[in-house]
Design a protein around this ligand. Structure first.
Ligand code: SOE
Length: 398
């Protein structure tokens, strides 16, 4: 017996199709290939990898463990043997694919940020809400929520071990665009990426601030900067310089619910910084610091002990008691960046099996998109504060 794709009981394994085979397609494919070796998840099959270049996507499918390859995502989402669509394509494709896949009764996982614009994000949330009524689940891939150390940080904060949180600082610094001669890519054009460091990596920091504290941003003040305004055309474009139409770096401050302050800095031209997401949380009873480049560690200061004993202590987040770790290796055998994608897909599959809402939801993705839009508005208007609009653009007829 096989129920509708929206049903949660599937005798036949869940058929999975991934769209996109570049960096994120590779990271997600790796997770699909190993999740069942480490976690108890419902049966699934890596059916189809979709991409635009017939030869390249076929090579990637064979390499990454997909049974088939295809170049037309529209035909793939109509297949009865496909139940899950994993969108690893550039941001400008998220809305069209996700909305069509949800309408076809497919569960959808989409990479961050949710969309390139607030309007697209709103439409995706509306599509997710109506699909959810039919048991079709949707999730956005803020994978750093699945770093065990950050999942532990959220637990400690929720338990009150830091007391009342006063402020949070986050910086996400990379340098892969520091060289002005680095050629254009889709990530450097507003029409394909939506924004630069803001949507690409500050989105992670903004999601983390809200995830760790359980609060949401109310107001934003931001500055965006493009240091390299023209770059050599992308490979095969015949040379010449092309205008960069997104930001290289962003600085923003926020006020959140819970009377909490936050600051976020993100740059893809921070020479020498490779993939450094650092987060600091300061409360009345304690503090936490984290660095993605040391992702197995969480530094915790307990301010309730006598001052003579106080100090940040390193928690090696590698015990079976820690989130996700029990499925991997004995304590101390550390894990890596790629494991967060396995954790993400494990949670997505369990939510589909249980008919529950995966987290983060498209609504969580929309909240981040609202903050991104508020930072852009603040930067554009040179306004010190911009409300994070909580109204629906759809009802406002935008
Ligand atoms: C940007 O370089 C990037 O690939 C982001 O798009 C990812 O979300 C982040 O995990 C790593 O850096």
């Amino acid at each position: 017996m096989k129920t509708e794709p929206s049903g949660n009981q599937h005798e036949s394994p869940l058929g999975v199709a991934a769209i996109g085979y570049a960096f994120m397609g590779k990271a997600h494919s790796n997770a699909w290939r190993n999740v069942a070796s480490f976690f108890d998840v419902p049966a699934f099959e890596q059916k189809v990898l979709v991409g635009r270049d017939t030869t390249q996507v076929a090579e990637a499918a064979a390499k990454y463990g997909w049974a088939e390859s295809a170049t037309d995502w529209r035909s793939v989402i109509e297949r009865d043997d496909i139940h899950i669509i994993d969108i690893c394509a550039p941001g400008w494709m998220h809305a069209e694919i996700a909305i069509a896949a949800l309408a076809a009764g497919k569960h959808v996982l989409v990479e961050k940020p949710l969309a390139n614009t607030l309007g697209e994000a709103e439409l995706m949330v509306a599509a997710a809400a109506s699909a959810r009524a039919n048991g079709v689940q949707s999730m956005i891939g803020f994978n750093y929520r699945r770093v065990p150390a950050l999942a532990l940080a959220r637990e400690l904060i929720a338990e009150g071990r830091l007391g009342t949180i006063r402020h949070v600082r986050a910086a996400y610094l990379q340098d892969w665009l520091s060289d002005a001669e680095s050629p254009m890519t889709w990530r450097l054009r507003k029409e394909t990426a939506g924004s630069g460091a803001l949507g690409d990596i500050a989105s992670h920091a903004i999601d983390q601030i809200q995830f760790l504290t359980g609060q949401t941003a109310l107001e934003a003040s931001g500055t965006l900067k493009t240091f390299v305004s023209q770059r050599p055309g992308s490979r095969g474009s015949g040379g010449g310089l092309e205008d960069v139409t997104v930001d290289d770096a962003v600085w923003a401050t926020f006020w959140l619910t819970g009377d909490m302050g936050a600051s976020v800095e993100a740059s893809r031209v921070a020479t020498g910084q490779k993939n450094s997401l650092t987060i600091e949380v300061y409360g009345t009873a304690g503090s936490l610091t984290f660095d993605l480049e040391d992702l197995n560690e969480l530094n915790f200061l307990d301010a309730t002990v006598p001052v003579r004993e106080q100090g940040f202590r390193r928690i090696l987040v590698n015990e079976p008691e820690h989130p996700y770790i029990g499925a991997w290796w004995p304590q101390g055998h550390i894990i890596g960046w790629e494991h967060t994608f396995t954790h993400q897909i494990r949670d997505f599959l369990l939510a589909i099996r249980d008919g529950s809402q995966p987290s983060p939801s498209f609504e969580d993705g929309l909240q981040v998109q609202r903050v991104l839009a508020a930072v852009e508005a603040s930067a554009k208007n040179k306004s010190t504060i911009t409300a994070v609009e909580n109204k629906s653009l759809i009802t406002e007829g935008v």
